[in-house]
Design a protein around this ligand. Structure first.
Ligand code: FAD
Length: 349
């Protein structure tokens, strides 16, 4: 597959063959496979299916000196030397340019069902996430959204459920097992403080419900506020604390927070929503510092999907040890000694 292929188009084409390429960043209609590989993109389906890395069997890479290497191959198992394919995936274009990828495609699950459950508050939704997993369900997507996100979505699109928090739970598999799991799931959600429930097992109905989730980023942009888009991750058991943290940032720093994302992975987009003139203001920076500090203290990481790049470069040192930074520098130097590839990104020459 070539790197310029658009993710959504790839998914649609392989679907026609009965196959499945699960990685599904919300940007799938515009993002490219090369960009997905360079950032090791995730998306709602990571909980069950993993990230881009799990679907790349081999790569063709052009290195900084112009030489071309092929890593991995077409086999499911491959222990030939170091796992260099994984080294390049998620390397943010700093170690080589991906010019071709061999993908792992899996059979498309024949049935799906999606449920939207609304809650009075985000912490109720966070508790429900743990209850669902504790009950032995492994949804293919388990997404959450807070009140700011939902209010913005209501101004932008239709069919947004009421309530101050939303949980989206999708399961997939064989039709009979999806039906039975879905019934149990609805009972569980009712018992666990869900205010309203909406569900569908039909492709069109599912897409209509998903359209709400896909509109979140765009509806937040449409508020006219600057969206400082963070994608922090905490161990899943700390999800509740993460939602409590975002509420405390609002109180302490007077900034609005729109939190939504991949609850099942503990990977939440905690977006600071600030007037454009305040994007670089001291209190904005203090709020970001506090967010990242607390996330690290919770055993989490400052980026789960987008990578460090330029935006998170100021916190790179805080989030890593000297030994880890040194190893990054040595790898970068050995592959790109003149820092030709994405210079200035999070590793300074
Ligand atoms: C609305 C919206 C929603 C998003 N949702 C998600 C989400 O759910 N999950 C998620 O993980 N991300 C998400 N993202 C972030 C982004 O879309 C992904 O990181 C995506 O993988 C980037 O792909 P791209 O083609 O846009 O890459 P670009 O933005 O063009 O590039 C990203 C990086 O990859 C490098 N790169 C690109 N092509 C190559 C190549 N062939 N070889 C080497 N390096 C290369 C670039 O130099 C750059 O550093 C979202 C973004 C938006 C705008």
């Amino acid at each position: 597959m070539q790197p310029g292929v658009i993710t959504g188009q790839l998914q649609a084409k392989v679907r026609e063959l009965g196959l499945y390429y699960p990685p599904d960043p919300a940007s799938a209609e515009e993002s490219s496979l090369g960009g997905n590989i360079a950032t090791n993109a995730g998306g709602p389906r990571c909980l069950k299916y993993g990230v881009t890395r799990n679907y790349i069997m081999g790569l063709e890479i052009v290195l900084a000196d112009g030489s071309i290497v092929r890593t991995g191959g077409r086999t499911h198992k491959n222990k030939l030397g170091f796992n260099l394919t994984d080294l390049f995936i998620g390397s943010e274009g700093m170690l080589g340019i991906v010019t071709e990828a061999t993908l792992r495609l899996i059979p498309h699950p024949p049935a799906r069902a999606l449920t939207l459950a609304s809650f009075a508050q985000a912490t109720d939704a966070a508790r429900a996430v743990q209850t669902i997993l504790d009950a032995g369900f492994l949804p293919c997507a388990l997404e959450v959204a807070d009140s700011f996100t939902l209010a913005a979505a209501r101004n932008y699109t239709q069919n947004v459920p009421p309530g101050n928090a939303l949980l989206m739970v999708e399961i997939d598999g064989q039709a009979a097992s999806v039906r039975s799991e879905q019934q149990q799931l609805l009972k569980l959600l009712k018992k666990n403080a869900a205010l309203t429930l909406q569900s569908s097992h039909l492709p069109q109905g599912i897409e209509k419900l998903w359209a709400v989730r896909k509109a979140f980023s765009y509806s937040l942009r449409a508020t006219g506020l600057t969206k400082l888009n963070e994608d922090v991750v905490v161990p899943r058991g700390k999800l509740l604390q993460l939602f409590q943290l975002s509420a405390s940032l609002e109180k302490k720093y007077g900034v609005s927070v729109a939190a939504f994302g991949h609850a099942g992975d503990g990977n939440i987009h905690v977006n600071l929503m600030v007037p454009p003139a305040e994007a670089d203001a001291p209190r904005t920076r203090q709020a970001l510092d506090a967010l990242f500090q607390k996330v690290i203290a919770l055993g989490g990481t400052i980026t789960g999907e987008h990578g460090v790049g330029l935006a998170k470069k100021p916190w790179w040192n805080q989030a890593t040890t000297p030994a880890l930074r040194d190893l990054h520098q040595r790898i970068k130097h050995s592959l790109d000694p003149f820092s030709l590839l994405n210079p200035g990104k999070f590793l300074d020459p």
